[in-house]
Design a protein around this ligand. Structure first.
Ligand SMILES: [Zn+2]
Length: 281
């Protein structure tokens, strides 16, 4: 398998895998979606009752317009910058599941209305670098004399357990398009220009009397070009040994790191399978 990085930004990647099969590329897709561990908020402790603000001599009611469950769900979906921090799964930690700095992150949320509570209002206890990666996500709107006081605990998990632990999103691939251009018999300038114009992804260019497929990777295999020229000047097909792979991350880690962990996970799973087969004798 050969890997060519076509586009790589912190949260997005486009990669060409060639000399491979759809099965191998799909294994990477499944690993990216389900098997990369990351931190996400699992427990939220809401404080109830009233809270008094001495500065303004005002009593605030610790309730909001949303059910606590809805707020907890929103908090669970916030991306926590797990990156290369090497957290452990709680049940495999040296603290034996009690919870420590290696297996959990505790956040506090203390805000008084009126106003909107944002993801940035979750303050990590300890390392400030563990602040939520997307600080502008709104959580809930507080009315006058409303307040929220809560503690949220994040732990490690994978997308296999719940979507809130899913690092990669919009993961998909298409077979590498092959676009062959040859001037057919009876082809006119008009029909070649029509090919250029009907293509929704601007694959073609018409220059100096010739049609060229200048951007074949952008082809979405709609075959509008084949229908536009009835003289057979364009032939669109796919290469079954090459795939263009795209995915994004939620911001909890970079696309590069997510891909590295997904590939590592496939190797681990294959090693485990081999060990199991060997142990059968
Ligand atoms: Zn621990």
């Amino acid at each position: 398998m050969e890997i060519e990085i076509k586009e790589l930004s912190p949260k997005k990647a486009q990669i060409r895998f060639s000399d491979t099969t759809a099965t191998a590329v799909n294994a990477i897709r499944r690993s990216l979606i389900a098997d990369i561990p990351k931190m996400a908020i699992e427990d939220v402790e809401f404080h109830l009752g009233t809270v008094h603000d001495d500065a303004t001599s005002t009593d605030y009611d610790l309730s909001t317009s949303l059910f606590d469950e809805a707020i907890a769900l929103r908090l669970g979906l916030l991306p926590i910058p797990t990156g290369s921090k090497n957290f452990r799964f709680k049940d495999k930690c040296t603290c034996k599941g009690e919870g420590c700095a290696h297996c959990q992150i505790v956040y506090t949320m203390d805000k008084k209305g009126p106003g909107i509570v944002y993801a940035r209002d979750l303050i990590p206890l300890g390392d400030p670098e563990l602040a939520i990666a997307e600080p502008d996500v709104p959580i809930v709107t507080l009315g006058a004399k409303q307040a929220i006081l809560a503690y949220a605990t994040a732990v490690m998990g994978t997308g296999r357990q719940h979507a809130k632990w899913q690092v990669a999103h919009s993961v998909g691939y298409t077979a590498q398009p092959t676009v062959k251009v040859s001037k057919g018999e009876g082809c006119t300038e008009a029909c070649l220009k029509k090919v250029v114009n009907v293509c929704p992804t601007h694959v073609f260019q018409y220059k100096d009397g010739a049609l060229d497929a200048t951007n074949p990777d952008a082809c979405i295999l709609c075959k509008e070009c084949e229908h536009a020229c009835t003289h057979g000047s364009v032939k669109v097909d796919t290469d079954p040994t090459a795939y263009i792979f795209r995915f994004e991350t939620d911001g909890s880690m970079t696309a590069r790191e997510a891909l590295r962990l997904a590939l590592e996970n496939i190797v681990t799973q294959i090693d485990d399978l081999r060990d199991s087969v060997v142990s059968l004798g």
